[in-house]
Design a protein around this ligand. Structure first.
Ligand code: TRP
Length: 322
Protein backbone atom coordinates (compact mmCIF):
# COMPACT_ATOMS: atom_id res chain seq x y z
CA UNK A 1 0.00 0.00 0.00
CA UNK A 2 1.19 3.49 -0.81
CA UNK A 3 0.27 6.09 1.74
CA UNK A 4 -1.12 9.22 0.11
CA UNK A 5 -1.78 12.27 2.26
CA UNK A 6 -3.11 15.71 1.58
CA UNK A 7 -4.39 18.66 3.58
CA UNK A 8 -7.50 20.54 2.61
CA UNK A 9 -7.64 24.24 3.40
CA UNK A 10 -10.69 24.86 5.53
CA UNK A 11 -11.89 27.90 3.69
CA UNK A 12 -15.52 26.81 3.50
CA UNK A 13 -17.85 25.89 0.69
CA UNK A 14 -15.75 24.72 -2.26
CA UNK A 15 -16.38 26.25 -5.70
CA UNK A 16 -16.25 24.71 -9.16
CA UNK A 17 -12.51 25.45 -9.39
CA UNK A 18 -11.84 23.50 -6.18
CA UNK A 19 -14.01 20.62 -7.35
CA UNK A 20 -12.36 20.24 -10.75
CA UNK A 21 -8.84 21.22 -9.69
CA UNK A 22 -8.46 19.46 -6.34
CA UNK A 23 -11.40 17.44 -5.05
CA UNK A 24 -12.08 15.26 -8.09
CA UNK A 25 -8.43 14.42 -8.85
CA UNK A 26 -7.76 13.56 -5.18
CA UNK A 27 -10.84 11.37 -4.95
CA UNK A 28 -9.76 9.62 -8.16
CA UNK A 29 -6.38 8.88 -6.60
CA UNK A 30 -8.05 7.51 -3.47
CA UNK A 31 -10.02 5.01 -5.55
CA UNK A 32 -6.84 3.20 -6.53
CA UNK A 33 -6.85 0.07 -4.36
CA UNK A 34 -3.07 0.27 -3.99
CA UNK A 35 -3.39 3.60 -2.19
CA UNK A 36 -4.25 4.30 1.40
CA UNK A 37 -5.47 7.90 1.47
CA UNK A 38 -5.32 10.27 4.40
CA UNK A 39 -7.21 13.50 3.72
CA UNK A 40 -7.52 16.00 6.50
CA UNK A 41 -9.06 19.40 7.05
CA UNK A 42 -6.28 21.84 7.93
CA UNK A 43 -8.18 23.62 10.69
CA UNK A 44 -5.02 24.48 12.65
CA UNK A 45 -3.50 26.24 9.68
CA UNK A 46 -6.70 28.21 9.25
CA UNK A 47 -6.30 29.81 12.69
CA UNK A 48 -3.58 31.96 11.09
CA UNK A 49 -6.35 33.92 9.36
CA UNK A 50 -9.66 32.92 10.91
CA UNK A 51 -10.09 33.89 14.54
CA UNK A 52 -13.87 33.44 14.66
CA UNK A 53 -14.52 29.94 16.01
CA UNK A 54 -18.05 29.76 14.64
CA UNK A 55 -16.82 30.59 11.16
CA UNK A 56 -14.02 28.04 11.42
CA UNK A 57 -16.38 25.28 12.50
CA UNK A 58 -18.81 26.13 9.72
CA UNK A 59 -15.98 25.92 7.24
CA UNK A 60 -14.93 22.54 8.57
CA UNK A 61 -18.45 21.18 8.19
CA UNK A 62 -18.77 22.60 4.68
CA UNK A 63 -15.50 21.00 3.62
CA UNK A 64 -16.42 17.65 5.19
CA UNK A 65 -19.88 17.65 3.57
CA UNK A 66 -18.57 18.56 0.14
CA UNK A 67 -15.86 15.89 0.00
CA UNK A 68 -18.29 13.22 1.12
CA UNK A 69 -20.95 14.50 -1.30
CA UNK A 70 -18.41 14.32 -4.13
CA UNK A 71 -17.83 10.65 -3.34
CA UNK A 72 -14.83 10.39 -1.03
CA UNK A 73 -14.97 7.00 0.64
CA UNK A 74 -14.32 7.98 4.24
CA UNK A 75 -14.65 4.43 5.49
CA UNK A 76 -11.99 2.86 3.31
CA UNK A 77 -9.70 5.85 3.80
CA UNK A 78 -8.88 8.35 6.54
CA UNK A 79 -10.80 11.62 6.85
CA UNK A 80 -10.07 13.80 9.87
CA UNK A 81 -9.58 17.22 11.39
CA UNK A 82 -5.95 18.22 11.81
CA UNK A 83 -6.75 19.81 15.20
CA UNK A 84 -8.02 16.54 16.67
CA UNK A 85 -4.67 14.79 16.45
CA UNK A 86 -2.78 17.02 18.86
CA UNK A 87 0.38 14.94 18.36
CA UNK A 88 0.94 17.11 15.29
CA UNK A 89 1.66 20.14 17.48
CA UNK A 90 4.22 18.25 19.51
CA UNK A 91 5.95 17.01 16.38
CA UNK A 92 5.88 20.52 14.91
CA UNK A 93 7.89 21.75 17.90
CA UNK A 94 10.54 19.08 17.45
CA UNK A 95 10.74 19.86 13.75
CA UNK A 96 11.03 23.59 14.47
CA UNK A 97 14.31 22.83 16.15
CA UNK A 98 15.62 21.27 12.95
CA UNK A 99 14.47 24.07 10.68
CA UNK A 100 17.02 26.73 9.77
CA UNK A 101 15.62 30.23 10.13
CA UNK A 102 16.50 31.31 6.56
CA UNK A 103 14.56 28.38 5.13
CA UNK A 104 11.38 29.86 6.57
CA UNK A 105 12.19 33.49 5.82
CA UNK A 106 12.70 32.49 2.17
CA UNK A 107 9.43 30.62 1.88
CA UNK A 108 6.97 32.23 -0.55
CA UNK A 109 4.03 31.99 1.83
CA UNK A 110 5.91 34.25 4.25
CA UNK A 111 7.82 36.43 1.79
CA UNK A 112 4.72 37.38 -0.17
CA UNK A 113 3.21 38.94 2.92
CA UNK A 114 6.32 40.18 4.68
CA UNK A 115 6.16 43.81 3.45
CA UNK A 116 4.16 44.60 6.51
CA UNK A 117 5.65 42.49 9.26
CA UNK A 118 3.49 43.89 12.04
CA UNK A 119 0.42 42.52 10.25
CA UNK A 120 1.48 38.91 10.27
CA UNK A 121 1.73 36.41 13.07
CA UNK A 122 4.35 33.79 13.78
CA UNK A 123 1.89 31.12 12.74
CA UNK A 124 2.29 32.30 9.17
CA UNK A 125 6.06 32.20 9.58
CA UNK A 126 6.13 28.60 10.86
CA UNK A 127 3.29 27.44 8.60
CA UNK A 128 5.64 25.17 6.59
CA UNK A 129 6.83 23.43 9.77
CA UNK A 130 3.31 22.51 10.83
CA UNK A 131 2.78 21.29 7.28
CA UNK A 132 5.93 19.16 7.54
CA UNK A 133 4.55 17.71 10.78
CA UNK A 134 1.22 16.96 9.04
CA UNK A 135 3.07 14.92 6.47
CA UNK A 136 5.82 13.23 8.50
CA UNK A 137 3.52 12.23 11.39
CA UNK A 138 1.78 9.70 9.14
CA UNK A 139 4.77 8.22 7.27
CA UNK A 140 3.30 9.71 4.09
CA UNK A 141 4.88 8.65 0.82
CA UNK A 142 2.98 10.67 -1.77
CA UNK A 143 1.57 14.16 -1.22
CA UNK A 144 -0.66 15.46 -4.03
CA UNK A 145 -0.62 19.25 -4.00
CA UNK A 146 -1.00 22.25 -6.26
CA UNK A 147 2.01 23.99 -7.80
CA UNK A 148 1.93 26.65 -5.11
CA UNK A 149 2.77 24.05 -2.45
CA UNK A 150 5.88 22.68 -4.13
CA UNK A 151 8.28 24.72 -2.00
CA UNK A 152 6.54 23.55 1.18
CA UNK A 153 7.15 19.96 0.17
CA UNK A 154 10.81 20.73 -0.42
CA UNK A 155 11.02 22.24 3.05
CA UNK A 156 9.39 19.11 4.49
CA UNK A 157 11.94 16.88 2.76
CA UNK A 158 14.84 19.04 3.98
CA UNK A 159 13.63 18.96 7.57
CA UNK A 160 13.10 15.19 7.48
CA UNK A 161 16.55 14.62 5.98
CA UNK A 162 18.16 16.83 8.58
CA UNK A 163 16.47 14.87 11.38
CA UNK A 164 17.41 11.54 9.82
CA UNK A 165 20.98 12.74 9.42
CA UNK A 166 21.20 13.48 13.15
CA UNK A 167 19.34 10.47 14.52
CA UNK A 168 19.38 7.79 11.84
CA UNK A 169 16.42 6.77 9.69
CA UNK A 170 13.29 8.03 11.40
CA UNK A 171 11.12 9.70 8.80
CA UNK A 172 10.02 8.55 5.39
CA UNK A 173 11.04 11.18 2.83
CA UNK A 174 7.79 12.09 1.04
CA UNK A 175 7.41 12.87 -2.66
CA UNK A 176 5.14 15.60 -3.94
CA UNK A 177 2.75 14.77 -6.74
CA UNK A 178 1.93 17.81 -8.79
CA UNK A 179 -0.63 17.02 -11.43
CA UNK A 180 0.40 18.86 -14.57
CA UNK A 181 -2.88 18.11 -16.29
CA UNK A 182 -4.93 20.12 -13.86
CA UNK A 183 -5.81 23.25 -15.76
CA UNK A 184 -6.53 26.55 -14.16
CA UNK A 185 -10.29 26.91 -13.96
CA UNK A 186 -11.45 30.34 -15.14
CA UNK A 187 -13.79 32.33 -12.91
CA UNK A 188 -16.72 34.52 -13.92
CA UNK A 189 -14.33 37.35 -14.89
CA UNK A 190 -11.89 35.10 -16.78
CA UNK A 191 -9.17 35.23 -14.13
CA UNK A 192 -8.35 32.08 -12.14
CA UNK A 193 -11.42 31.09 -10.11
CA UNK A 194 -10.68 32.09 -6.54
CA UNK A 195 -12.49 33.33 -3.43
CA UNK A 196 -10.04 36.23 -3.31
CA UNK A 197 -11.22 37.52 -6.69
CA UNK A 198 -14.90 36.99 -5.84
CA UNK A 199 -15.37 35.32 -9.22
CA UNK A 200 -16.45 31.86 -8.11
CA UNK A 201 -19.24 29.55 -9.16
CA UNK A 202 -20.35 27.84 -5.98
CA UNK A 203 -21.82 24.55 -7.03
CA UNK A 204 -23.14 23.80 -3.54
CA UNK A 205 -24.94 27.08 -3.04
CA UNK A 206 -28.70 27.68 -3.41
CA UNK A 207 -30.09 27.93 -6.92
CA UNK A 208 -30.77 31.65 -6.74
CA UNK A 209 -27.19 32.53 -5.81
CA UNK A 210 -25.81 30.11 -8.36
CA UNK A 211 -27.92 31.72 -11.05
CA UNK A 212 -26.73 35.16 -10.03
CA UNK A 213 -23.11 34.06 -10.22
CA UNK A 214 -23.55 32.54 -13.65
CA UNK A 215 -25.43 35.56 -14.97
CA UNK A 216 -22.49 37.70 -13.82
CA UNK A 217 -20.04 35.97 -16.17
CA UNK A 218 -18.28 38.69 -18.15
CA UNK A 219 -18.63 38.64 -21.95
CA UNK A 220 -18.05 41.05 -24.80
CA UNK A 221 -20.99 43.13 -26.00
CA UNK A 222 -21.99 41.20 -29.13
CA UNK A 223 -25.73 41.08 -29.74
CA UNK A 224 -28.02 38.11 -30.11
CA UNK A 225 -27.69 37.86 -33.89
CA UNK A 226 -23.92 38.26 -34.07
CA UNK A 227 -21.55 35.39 -34.70
CA UNK A 228 -19.40 34.81 -31.66
CA UNK A 229 -15.98 33.41 -30.85
CA UNK A 230 -16.35 30.48 -28.42
CA UNK A 231 -12.67 30.26 -27.50
CA UNK A 232 -12.44 33.76 -26.12
CA UNK A 233 -15.73 33.51 -24.21
CA UNK A 234 -15.75 32.82 -20.45
CA UNK A 235 -19.10 31.06 -20.57
CA UNK A 236 -17.92 28.61 -23.21
CA UNK A 237 -14.58 28.09 -21.48
CA UNK A 238 -16.30 27.05 -18.27
CA UNK A 239 -19.00 25.02 -20.05
CA UNK A 240 -16.46 22.95 -22.01
CA UNK A 241 -14.81 21.75 -18.78
CA UNK A 242 -17.90 19.91 -17.59
CA UNK A 243 -20.15 19.29 -20.60
CA UNK A 244 -20.23 16.18 -22.79
CA UNK A 245 -18.40 16.30 -26.13
CA UNK A 246 -21.69 16.55 -28.01
CA UNK A 247 -22.93 19.44 -25.93
CA UNK A 248 -19.63 21.27 -26.32
CA UNK A 249 -19.84 20.82 -30.09
CA UNK A 250 -23.42 22.08 -30.09
CA UNK A 251 -22.62 25.20 -28.13
CA UNK A 252 -19.60 25.87 -30.32
CA UNK A 253 -21.73 25.72 -33.46
CA UNK A 254 -24.35 27.97 -31.90
CA UNK A 255 -21.64 30.55 -31.23
CA UNK A 256 -20.25 30.36 -34.74
CA UNK A 257 -23.62 30.53 -36.47
CA UNK A 258 -25.04 33.52 -34.61
CA UNK A 259 -28.61 33.92 -33.39
CA UNK A 260 -27.54 32.51 -30.04
CA UNK A 261 -27.05 35.05 -27.27
CA UNK A 262 -24.86 35.04 -24.19
CA UNK A 263 -28.05 34.81 -22.11
CA UNK A 264 -28.84 31.49 -23.81
CA UNK A 265 -25.34 30.23 -23.13
CA UNK A 266 -25.56 31.22 -19.48
CA UNK A 267 -28.89 29.43 -19.10
CA UNK A 268 -27.42 26.33 -20.68
CA UNK A 269 -24.49 26.44 -18.29
CA UNK A 270 -26.82 26.85 -15.31
CA UNK A 271 -29.00 23.89 -16.36
CA UNK A 272 -25.93 21.77 -16.91
CA UNK A 273 -24.53 22.48 -13.44
CA UNK A 274 -27.89 21.85 -11.75
CA UNK A 275 -28.26 18.61 -13.65
CA UNK A 276 -24.69 17.35 -13.37
CA UNK A 277 -24.39 18.01 -9.64
CA UNK A 278 -27.98 17.29 -8.67
CA UNK A 279 -27.23 14.35 -6.39
CA UNK A 280 -24.14 15.95 -4.90
CA UNK A 281 -26.03 19.16 -4.13
CA UNK A 282 -28.82 17.22 -2.42
CA UNK A 283 -26.42 15.08 -0.45
CA UNK A 284 -24.47 18.16 0.64
CA UNK A 285 -27.63 19.80 1.97
CA UNK A 286 -28.66 16.59 3.74
CA UNK A 287 -25.27 16.19 5.38
CA UNK A 288 -25.22 19.75 6.65
CA UNK A 289 -28.62 19.33 8.24
CA UNK A 290 -27.07 16.88 10.65
CA UNK A 291 -23.69 18.17 11.92
CA UNK A 292 -23.50 15.49 14.62
CA UNK A 293 -23.52 12.81 11.97
CA UNK A 294 -20.68 14.58 10.14
CA UNK A 295 -18.69 14.99 13.35
CA UNK A 296 -19.23 11.27 14.00
CA UNK A 297 -17.72 10.40 10.61
CA UNK A 298 -14.71 12.60 11.31
CA UNK A 299 -14.24 11.13 14.79
CA UNK A 300 -14.02 7.64 13.33
CA UNK A 301 -11.30 8.85 10.95
CA UNK A 302 -9.55 10.59 13.81
CA UNK A 303 -9.41 7.43 15.90
CA UNK A 304 -7.77 5.57 13.02
CA UNK A 305 -5.37 8.41 12.24
CA UNK A 306 -4.38 8.83 15.89
CA UNK A 307 -3.09 5.27 16.03
CA UNK A 308 -0.57 5.99 13.29
CA UNK A 309 0.33 9.38 14.75
CA UNK A 310 1.05 7.97 18.19
CA UNK A 311 3.35 5.27 16.91
CA UNK A 312 5.34 7.66 14.71
CA UNK A 313 5.61 10.20 17.52
CA UNK A 314 6.89 7.47 19.88
CA UNK A 315 9.55 6.61 17.34
CA UNK A 316 10.62 10.27 17.22
CA UNK A 317 10.65 10.73 20.99
CA UNK A 318 12.73 7.62 21.43
CA UNK A 319 15.32 8.99 19.05
CA UNK A 320 15.30 12.33 20.83
CA UNK A 321 15.69 10.71 24.23
CA UNK A 322 12.45 12.03 25.69
N1 TRP B 1 -0.89 24.25 2.70
C1 TRP B 1 -1.85 23.48 1.98
C2 TRP B 1 -2.66 24.39 1.05
O1 TRP B 1 -2.67 25.58 1.25
C3 TRP B 1 -2.77 22.72 2.90
C4 TRP B 1 -2.00 21.76 3.74
C5 TRP B 1 -1.75 21.83 5.08
C6 TRP B 1 -1.38 20.57 3.26
N2 TRP B 1 -1.04 20.76 5.47
C7 TRP B 1 -0.77 19.97 4.40
C8 TRP B 1 -1.26 19.97 2.00
C9 TRP B 1 -0.05 18.78 4.28
C10 TRP B 1 -0.55 18.79 1.90
C11 TRP B 1 0.05 18.19 3.02
O2 TRP B 1 -3.30 23.93 0.14
Amino acid sequence: MTRVLTGIQSSGKPHLGNVLGAINPSIELSKNSKNDSLFFIADLHSLINIKDSKKRNENTLAVAASWIAMGFDHEKNYFYRQSRITEVCELAWYLNCFTPYPMLSNSHSFKDKSDNLSDINSGLFTYPVLMAADILLYDSEIVPVGKDQKQHLEITRDIAKSFNHNYGDTFIIPESRIDKNVQTIPGTDGRKMSKTYENTIDIFTDEKTLKKQIMSIVTDSKGLKDKKDPDSCNIFNIFKLIASKDDVEKMKNNYLEGGYGYGHAKNNLLSLILDLYKEERNLYDELLKNPDHLYGILEKGENKARTIAKSVLDRVKNKLGY
